[in-house]
Design a protein around this ligand. Structure first.
Ligand SMILES: Nc1nc2c(ncn2[C@@H]2O[C@H](COP(=O)(O)OP(=O)(O)O)[C@@H](O)[C@H]2O)c(=O)[nH]1
Ligand SMILES: [Mg+2]
Length: 369
């Protein structure tokens, strides 16, 4: 039997990993007749990402309760489970957006232990151009604190390929500035420019990701104390809510107004949203879903998938990652529920926390075979 390919796509929260992997899955299925299995990952269950992948009709396994690197065996279990049902020949894995050191803790151990079953692709790391420009100091604007930036820069450092995504979303001269900076600062890395929304430049990266093989460099040095502190500065909240209204409501507008309330609340306490994402699934059995995303507190929330029909009942899933106390994030949610959406939303389940210290199951620090 030929080996399955394992492609892991890194990148900070909101860089476009899920969007890109869904586009890649579609391409592999429709153009190359591949069977694709996706693996999503988060610190808690009920992922917006999983809902999005399911909406695209792809087989998906969710690893919740810790990242790939810290729950390495669950990654293999997820791949085995997908193999039992779908027999994918390509696995697409999305790690947690605040994780780094993935080559040493995931790619190399996978190759070392399961190299007979998988061909491992090099780690590509996606960049949101606006976020990257702020982190690199090319552009002014609200930013993260130094330790969160440390995690971001480590993600960049360990990549074999850097991918500036969302080139449709900023002026061409800003992309030019950013790519010149990257070429100068990281001359040894492959650089791709693309939009996984419009498809511009996508095939160049996709061809690389599905054909290149993981290299064998010395792993980057990393200070786990700073990494742990940086990750812990990001507060996380996952919530599931019942939507119920006596009148029909426009689900798309509803998501927009809810996101606007969150955005205003974070801006007023001067806290940076890393990624706010929500899905709304009507209970009408249509299987449709609406989604909204916000990257950065000051930017405008963007509707991704949208609903054609109004709804009366449904389920709302909210995932917020922001540089703020988890309790503060929760009170922003509670205020929104009490003040503006009390008649429509009922909280079913909420979890809010800081990611714990990363303690990888395996770490191959040297040159790996
Ligand atoms: N304009 C634009 N937006 C994009 C592109 N790729 C992703 N996005 C948007 O960026 C947001 C975050 O994307 P997502 O895939 O959830 O990021 P993840 O957190 O890295 O998985 C969503 O609103 C996407 O629609 C792109 O190429 N162009
Ligand atoms: Mg995602």
């Amino acid at each position: 039997m030929s080996k399955a390919r394992y492609i892991m796509l890194g990148g900070f929260l909101g860089a476009g990993k899920t969007t890109t992997l869904i586009r890649l899955a579609e391409k592999l299925r429709d153009e190359n007749n591949h069977k694709v299995g996706l693996i999503t990952n988060d610190q808690a269950a009920n992922l917006v990402d999983t809902n999005l992948v399911k909406a695209g009709n792809f087989a998906v396994e969710e690893i919740a309760g810790g990242c790939f690197c810290c729950r390495f065996s669950s990654l293999k279990d997820a791949a085995d489970k997908l193999t039992e049902t779908e027999r994918p020949d390509v696995f697409l894995a999305e790690p947690v957006g605040s994780c780094t050191d993935l080559v040493a803790t995931v790619s190399y151990p996978l190759r070392r232990m399961y190299g007979d079953s998988f061909t491992i692709s090099p780690l590509s790391v996606l960049l949101d151009p606006r976020r990257a420009a702020r982190i690199f100091g090319i552009e002014e604007g609200r930013n993260f604190s130094e330790k969160v930036k440390y995690v971001y820069l480590k993600q960049v450092e360990e990549a074999e390929a850097l991918v500036i995504n969302k080139i449709d979303s900023v002026p061409a001269e800003d992309i030019e500035k950013l790519s010149s900076y990257i070429k100068e600062t990281y001359p040894e890395k492959k650089l791709f420019l693309m939009s996984s929304r419009t498809g511009e430049g996508f095939n160049e990266w996709a061809d690389y990701a599905i054909s290149a093989e993981l290299g064998s460099q010395e792993c980057m040095p990393i200070d786990y104390d700073i990494y742990a502190d940086g990750e812990a500065l990001l507060g996380w909240l996952n919530a599931t809510l019942d939507v119920s209204s006596s009148e029909s409501i426009d689900g798309n507008e509803f998501l927009k107004s809810l996101a606007a309330v969150f955005s205003k609340a974070f801006t007023s306490v001067e806290k940076e949203i890393a990624h706010l994402k929500m899905t709304l699934s009507p209970e009408d059995g249509s299987g449709e879903i609406a989604s909204i995303n916000q990257i950065g507190s000051e930017l405008v929330p963007e509707l991704g998938l949208s609903l054609l029909d109004p709804l009366k009942t449904g389920q709302l899933v909210v995932n917020i990652r922001a540089e703020a106390d988890p309790e503060e994030i929760n009170s922003i949610l509670e205020n929104a529920l009490q003040e503006e959406f009390a008649s429509v939303l009922k909280l079913e389940h909420v979890e809010y926390f800081r990611p714990g210290r990363p303690t990888p199951t395996h770490r191959y620090a040297g040159v790996a075979g």
